[in-house]
Design a protein around this ligand. Structure first.
Ligand SMILES: [Zn+2]
Length: 83
């Protein structure tokens, strides 16, 4: 029986300013690259960095090759510099 292992990811939630659809992506992508994306619901383009609404460090538990649990380990500020 293999032991559970934990791994962490810094994620940022963004909201489409046109239709309100929420997305989540890696913080380095949202706050680091500041990319524009096309909304899958309304099709309009918006900037991820300018529409960031929440950020947190997630703890993910992996066991026997499967993700078995995910939890908020720490609330983070979207003003803080990305990793
Ligand atoms: Zn949209």
């Amino acid at each position: 029986m293999s032991e559970a292992e934990n791994v962490w990811i810094d994620v940022t939630v963004i909201r489409c300013p046109h239709c309100g659809k929420l997305y989540v992506d890696a913080t380095w992508y949202v706050l680091g690259l500041e990319s524009d994306i096309d909304c899958s619901v309304c099709g309009k383009t918006f900037n991820t960095r300018r529409n960031a609404v929440a950020r947190a460090l997630l703890k993910i538990t992996v066991e026997e090759g499967r993700i078995v649990h995910a939890d908020v380990a720490q609330q983070l500020s979207i003003e803080e510099k990305p990793p």
